[in-house]
Design a binder for this molecule. Structure first.
Ligand code: AMP
Length: 560
């Protein structure tokens, strides 16, 4: 805690790392950083409970980099080798962690090199990178093990540090056996740091295998930020159509300002939402778990670059289903159940991924569990940014939502989710348009949207490039396959004339065409609603909400 008050500069970190921390705008360590960094710098094994968004990458990344700098500087003749291994559950997280480590070591010249290993590229393509002996390897256990088994990566005798990030998810994604197998290839002595959002009994066996006399770091922080940073709302919707209507109103009338992450219960629903929003001229991208990691990363990068203000995703858990396990070899579908979706086991959207500058998370469908809720909503209010979450619930979803609220309730039993005061009757003017849009997004349209994405994937595939060079007729056939028309867009829906804007919302709503491309942070300028004295664009991106008095404008949390 003392370190938290004092800041990073009192932790004994190398000046180059401190410069990078300052460059990133990290003024003071977060709770997990304040506790874990000094212990890790002492060389202790650490068992840390930390939610994503708590600054956990810095908590293990800074001591890791400090240690490697120390080794290199103490004996310059030391051979170049992989000295730190960070295991993560998904390709996206590997990229994100790699990116953060590179930024933290930005002032260390070429002293420290980071390589990511995951299912993105072929094993063969990754070998040249490994031949250069990067100092740090970040990867999924499966891919790292494949390289070790193929002798393109040696972790003995030089590995000094092992990090297991999102350890609970590593296990629930079925990486337990790969991790155990990897441990046989590590030297006898190394420092280990294990970070997990939950420390459940299933994790104990892994902890025992990996950690030696660890110090537990359990900062007394809630698993989601407090009300001053994250405002959580719920809204009951009578019908499915009401959900769509509300979403259209929130986005089209810009009651929800800023960049939003929408969660739907399934891929089909996510694509339906995307097509529905397109009907209103709202450009959204969808994260399709059936596409390869490289394509998904591309979508996330596009969102993070600000090409889209809305991203629609599903998470690894469907409602009321157990967490998705890695498909077993030779596994068969249960009778009467849809075939398992060929989802990449490295995929986990609602966990760990840093979608940049997400002002609001909208749970279009109530998540299946409190864990899923936490991981979805944790995509906003990252670091010290504010954020808002809204969960829409049909009558049949209310019980599930109540269970989530009970689990998250404060010590006095008070729910963390406030009712979102919104009078549906005030957006009735938009209902006809909403119906029109919903009608256009037929099941066939959703199917075709899926096919279109797959076709595009085939056309862009590096792996198929050589095949198509040898078989140009197949390429022609694919290009000229019957045109797909996912949903015919009705241009008039994109424009909401003033007379359709509810009178009571006229002071707040900002209808009008939204630019398809908006550079990062441009929303703050566009919104024209910049709060007093704030340099942070996110602060203007809150749900605009009607006050209790007519025409009163106030922030979502009821702040006057
Ligand atoms: P993580 O939990 O590592 O995924 O970090 C979540 C976000 O918090 C990232 O965008 C980091 O840049 C940011 N962050 C990490 N540490 C700090 C800090 N000490 N102060 C402010 N933001 C931070």
């Amino acid at each position: 805690m003392a370190a938290e008050a004092e800041g990073f500069e009192h932790m004994g970190l190398d000046g180059r790392l401190l410069r990078a921390v300052a460059e990133l705008g990290w003024a003071v360590p977060t709770a997990i950083q304040a506790q874990a960094i000094p212990l890790a710098l002492e060389g202790r094994d650490v068992l840390a409970r930390a939610r994503t968004g708590s600054g956990k990458t810095g908590a293990y990344g800074l001591p890791l980099l400090q240690k490697l700098l120390g080794i290199k500087e103490a004996s310059p003749a030391v051979p170049q080798a992989v000295r730190a291994l960070v295991l993560v559950p998904s390709a996206e997280l590997a990229r994100q962690v790699g990116h953060t480590l590179r930024r933290l070591s930005a002032f260390c010249g070429r002293q420290l090199r980071v390589a990511e290993l995951c299912g993105h590229s072929d094993l063969a393509d990754q070998r040249p990178v490994l031949m250069e002996q990067p100092d740090i390897v970040v990867g999924t256990p499966g891919r790292v093990l494949a390289h070790v088994a193929g002798h393109s990566l040696a972790l003995r005798p030089w590995l000094e540090l092992l990090v297991l990030d999102e350890a609970d998810l590593l296990l629930s994604f079925g990486f337990g056996d790969d991790i155990k197998a990897l441990l046989c290839h590590l030297p006898k002595i190394y420092q280990a740091l294990l970070v997990s959002a939950t420390l459940n009994p299933e994790l104990e066996a892994l902890q025992e295998l990996v950690l030696h006399n660890p110090v537990p770091v359990l900062p007394p922080e809630p698993r989601l930020p407090g009300r001053s940073q994250l405002q959580q709302f719920r809204l009951s919707c009578g019908t499915e159509e009401d959900k769509f209507l509300l979403l259209a109103a929130l986005l089209k009338l810009r009651l929800l300002r800023g960049r939003a992450l929408l969660f739907a219960a399934s891929l089909g629903r996510a694509l339906r939402l995307k097509l529905f929003l397109e009907q209103f001229g709202i450009a959204a991208c969808a994260l399709n778990p059936q596409l390869p990691a490289r394509s998904r990363c591309h979508v996330i990068a596009q969102f993070n670059r600000g090409l889209y203000d809305v991203i629609v995703a599903t998470d690894e858990e469907g409602p009321a289903e157990p967490p998705r396990q890695r498909p077993r070899k030779g596994g068969t579908a249960r009778k009467g159940q849809p075939p398992p979706c060929p989802q990449d086991p490295e995929f986990g959207v609602s966990r760990g991924i840093d979608f940049h500058n997400v002002a609001a998370v909208v749970n279009f469908d109530v998540p299946g569990s409190v864990e899923s809720y936490i991981h979805r909503v944790g995509r906003t209010a990252r670091g010290d940014n504010p954020g808002t979450a809204l969960t829409l619930a049909l009558p049949e979803e209310l019980e599930r939502l109540r269970r989530i609220e009970d689990a998250l309730a404060g010590e006095n039993g008070q729910s963390m989710l406030q009712p979102y005061e919104f009078r549906m009757e005030e957006i009735e003017t938009l209902r006809y348009r909403c119906r029109d849009a919903m009608r256009s997004v037929t099941k066939q349209a959703v199917r075709e949207a899926r096919l279109r994405e797959l076709r595009q994937e085939l056309l862009n595939s590096e792996k198929l490039k050589v095949y198509f060079e040898d078989n140009p007729r197949d390429l022609q056939a694919l290009r000229h396959d019957r045109p797909l028309h996912p949903a015919s867009v009705q241009p008039h829906l994109a424009h909401v004339p003033d007379y359709l804007v509810p009178p009571s919302l006229r002071g707040i709503a900002k209808p009008g065409p939204k630019k398809k491309k908006c550079p990062r942070g441009a929303g703050a300028r566009r919104g024209g609603n910049k709060p007093r004295g704030s340099g942070n664009p996110l602060q203007s991106f809150r749900f605009a909400q009607r006050g209790t008095k007519r025409g009163t404008k106030r922030g979502a949390g009821g702040t006057p």
